[in-house]
Design a protein around this ligand. Structure first.
Ligand code: DLZ
Length: 513
């Protein structure tokens, strides 16, 4: 009699709770490359390659450490398509008396796991995913009785709980919890940008790249794949980021330069989200580098705090919201959006320079940084009024780090404000002026960012006013929107009419922008 555990493609960590519950000498591990998982959205081909290669490397490591691993390589014609099929195949061949799983990253999969016991007639235990620093239950306790859920307060609790960036009197180091106000500088080329560490594909990765090229023709470019695929490599990528980019990460975190894919961003999120790195080790490495000043230049506190806030605060907060509110959360559509996702979100074929650049970088790298996601592709989707499900599926597909628990609240809540403000206190709606302020896309764009009603006006501009006017009833009493609505009130009737007309034209001709 023995146990079986299944390790999904985003659970690749030796400390995973279900692995800890196994006796390697007699129990079984199942891993499977599955058409059901490659097919629920049109994943970026590099995302599939990353997951398959990291899974294969992880399975090898488990094998070397004495585990009995049953690994199913991708076969498009295989009857084995789902997690349930893979588990059942192992149960049919071995005398399994218990199935042990770790909470998956998606409600859909948890639902599948919850049905296993009835389907297979074998007891199933679902353990907490302790790669995270807080559990859904702890988050629910924290959220209980609060009128609004704000990341900042949750983050402070997490700082206290972990002791990260806290002084000996249990106060935040430097006297402030949050240094975000210092993190909004425009970048003009100095200091030189730093690229994330590249990894040359090894034999396993090359086999995966060949397989993906043969069987998948979805979104993005496979050429240039250079992700880390093992924990060892991911740790080197983290050290490289700390040494070469962390000192400037904070200052230029929101910058939007025209020709930089990464600037000082780390590209660590994919490694965290598939399990190659653990959030605590990332935060501790960053905090220690600041304490010991081990980078190429002085690491300021705003950079360190900003980075740790993303991992310890935002990432955990987002996951808490996901498990607190699913499955109803996925259906929310506060603004009753009806517009379809323009086709050029897939091709990048638009004259709007900021969007074309963000999408072409996404096609090349399966990555865009957070301001491209929030204020460029996201902002346009919000202003245009794209159906939340369509834009959420797009984000889930195109980024290597996108899994439902992280992508859905970020897109539906933060980007689209479709949860009515549960997650963010106001919609992140902005005109082209914001994009102009943060970078130099507008200089190279055929649209004029200075105007809003002309035939060559930046589409963000008229759509921005149109968005404010359309949703006035819902948003005008929001304290953080008052200034915007004062500007709406100041508009002449003529101006208002012209802006709405131009916005309507844009909506009718969105595929041709
Ligand atoms: C995203 C993904 C893909 C593309 N392929 C697989 C796969 O073949 N096998 C697997 O175990 N996991 C894969 N994943 C990750 C799963 O979709 C992910 O585990 C669930 O969405 C839960 O987060």
């Amino acid at each position: 009699m023995s146990k079986l555990c299944l390790i999904a493609g985003d659970q690749l960590n030796m400390n995973l709770s279900c692995l800890q519950a196994l006796d390697p000498d007699q129990d079984h591990v199942v891993m499977a490359e599955l058409s059901n998982e490659t097919g629920y959205v049109q994943h970026h081909v590099q995302k599939i390659a990353l997951i398959f290669s990291a899974m294969r490397h992880f399975a090898d490591r488990l094998g070397n450490e004495g585990y009995r691993v049953h690994y199913h390589s991708f076969d498009p014609s295989a009857e084995l398509r789902t997690f349930t099929d893979a588990i059942k195949a192992c149960c049919d061949q071995h005398d399994i008396d218990q199935i042990v799983l770790t909470r998956p990253g998606e409600w859909r999969v948890l639902d599948e796991f919850n049905q296993l016991e009835d389907r297979l007639g074998i007891p199933v235990q679902i353990l907490e995913d302790d790669r995270f620093l807080s559990t859904p239950e702890e988050f629910a306790d924290w959220a209980e009785g609060r009128k609004t859920l704000r990341m900042e307060f949750f983050y402070r609790e997490m700082r206290k709980r972990t002791g990260l960036l806290m002084d000996e009197d249990d106060q935040p180091v430097g006297g402030q919890w949050n240094y975000d106000a210092e993190n909004r500088k425009k970048w003009t080329g100095d200091p030189e940008s730093s690229a994330p560490m590249h990894f040359q594909p090894d034999e396993i990765t090359q086999q995966v790249l060949d397989l993906v090229a043969e069987h998948f023709d979805g979104f993005g470019e496979l050429e240039g794949f250079d992700y880390a695929v093992t924990t060892g490599q991911a740790r080197r990528a983290l050290s490289h980021f700390i040494k070469t980019a962390l000192p400037w990460f904070g200052d230029f975190q929101d910058a939007l330069p025209d020709d930089e894919d990464y600037l000082f961003h780390s590209r660590i999120s994919a490694y965290l989200n598939i399990g190659l790195l653990q959030p605590l080790e990332v935060c501790q490495a960053v905090a220690e580098a600041w304490q010991d000043q081990t980078a190429d230049a002085e690491i300021p506190l705003n950079a360190v705090e900003g980075y740790i806030r993303q991992v310890l605060g935002w990432r955990e907060f987002i996951r808490g919201i996901y498990w607190l509110k699913m499955p109803e959360y996925a259906e929310l559509n506060q603004f009753d959006n009806q517009a379809d996702l323009p086709d050029w979100y897939w091709s990048g074929d638009t004259d709007m320079r900021c969007l074309a650049k963000a999408i072409s970088a996404t096609r090349r790298n399966a990555y865009a940084h957070h301001i491209q996601r929030l204020m460029v592709t996201g902002n346009f989707a919000l202003l245009l009024g794209i159906v939340p499900k369509q834009i959420c599926d797009w984000y889930l597909a195109v980024y290597a780090d996108a899994f439902d628990w992280v992508e859905l609240p970020n897109t539906l809540g933060m980007v689209m404000h479709a949860d009515g403000g549960l997650l963010g206190s106001k919609p992140y709606a902005a005109s082209g002026k914001y994009i102009q302020r943060m970078g130099d896309h507008c200089k190279h764009c055929r649209y004029n960012v200075q105007t809003k009603n002309d035939s060559d006006s930046c589409p963000f501009n008229s759509l921005y006013w149109d968005f404010l006017i359309r949703h006035q009833d819902q948003l005008k009493d929001n304290a953080r929107m008052r200034m915007m609505y004062r500007n709406v009130d100041r508009m002449s009737d003529e101006d208002r009419k012209a802006v709405l007309q131009r916005a309507e034209w844009i909506k009718q001709n969105v595929e041709d922008l």
